[in-house]
Ligand binder design. Structure first.
Ligand SMILES: C[S@@+](CC[C@H](N)C(=O)[O-])C[C@H]1O[C@@H](n2cnc3c(N)ncnc32)[C@H](O)[C@@H]1O
Length: 322
């Protein structure tokens, strides 16, 4: 195993033994649902940088694989929907983290009469070689883990995601990104990388990596300021950088007319004279109603004199025509 991956496991072994609220500073709201009580220890061990799966995307029949269990917060939230053994499988290579998550699920059982520990199966495993069968999960999620991987390992981790997802399934992911490429000396700081700071890609790199992995539809669901890193804290930085966090949902579906479709919240609005505009790409635009479209479709449709295209909101909620 590369030394940087060993450093990452050491950082999280320590974070399992001694919860560290400063490790990741997510402001993402936790789910506030009837009869769901999150144990305080899971909140202290919220090592994510956003949210992954939105409850509106889940079905009780889903089989969800969660990579990098942490304190178990998101896995518990997902189990709220699946409520059956094997409904949620969580993997982690760090024995101390798996042990801590198991203890946290015992506490969750005490607080939530509907929950049983077997609703979340915790496995020893690594994102680079997932210990589950191909096409076995309808949903796969990771929160603030994949940004720590260097390029080749990230490609391997994403290839594993695509292998394990069922056709039509989706990958819900949250990671920090950087507005400009980070200096090499900072990128080489393995502890900063483990703390989800120095491995960040730019948004364009992040989305291009997803496209290369083979997802046919990629939606940027949220984008928000995450954390300021400064030369005073990290001397290998030449200037302060405000990292952002993104939440992305990538679907294992075939490419559409324009190739892999990236949705960033753009819409296309047909202004008439007909009741509806259609074309060979699959565009269906009822007159006067903004319809979500991918960035590539937006560029193409903007050339039509009767179509107005709106800019990215960085909040693509799903749906749309092309
Ligand atoms: C930043 S924490 C995020 C934890 C959790 N997802 C959350 O949002 O609180 C990263 C997690 O991934 C685990 N991890 C580290 N290296 C990993 C690897 N190669 N494959 C899978 N998980 C790994 C760590 O032990 C830790 O639980």
């Amino acid at each position: 195993m590369s030394t940087y991956l060993q450093t990452i496991e050491q950082v999280y072994e320590q974070a399992a033994r001694q919860p560290d609220a400063s490790l990741c500073c997510t402001q993402a709201p936790v789910w506030n649902l009837p009869d769901l009580r999150i144990p305080p220890i899971m909140l202290q061990m919220n090592y994510g940088c956003g949210s992954t799966v939105n409850p509106r995307d889940l079905k009780p029949s889903d089989t969800i694989l969660y990579v990098g269990v942490g304190g178990g917060l998101e896995a518990l939230q997902f189990a709220y929907f699946t409520r059956r053994p094997g409904g949620v499988v969580a993997i982690d290579p760090v024995a101390a983290m798996r042990e801590k998550a198991r203890a946290n699920f015992v506490e969750a059982t005490r607080l939530n009469p509907w929950f049983r520990p077997e609703f979340v199966q915790i496995l020893d495993g690594n994102a680079l070689a997932l210990p589950v069968a191909s096409s076995s999960a309808s949903v796969l999620a990771q929160n603030c883990l994949f940004n720590v991987f260097k390029e080749a390992d990230l490609a391997a981790a994403l290839a594993e995601v695509v292998r394990v997802l069922k056709p039509g399934g989706f990958f819900a992911t949250s990671d920090p990104i950087t507005p400009t490429p980070l200096p090499d000396a900072f990128r080489d700081d393995a502890v900063a990388r483990a703390r989800c700071l120095s491995g960040c890609q730019t948004l364009d790199e992040y989305l291009a990596t997803m496209v290369r992995a083979g997802f046919g539809r990629i939606e940027v669901r949220a984008r928000f300021p995450y954390r300021l890193v400064t030369p005073a804290e990290y001397p290998s930085l030449t200037e302060a950088v405000l990292l952002e966090s993104i939440e992305v949902v990538a679907h294992k579906v075939p490419d559409n007319f324009d190739g892999s479709a990236i949705f960033t919240g753009r819409t296309a609005l047909y202004t008439g004279p007909d009741d509806v505009f259609t074309d060979a790409s699959g565009a269906v635009l009822p007159c006067g109603i903004p319809v979500p479209v991918s960035d590539a479709a937006a560029l193409r449709l903007a050339r039509h004199p009767a179509i107005v295209v709106t800019g990215p909101t960085w909040h693509a909620r799903g749906g749309g025509c092309c």
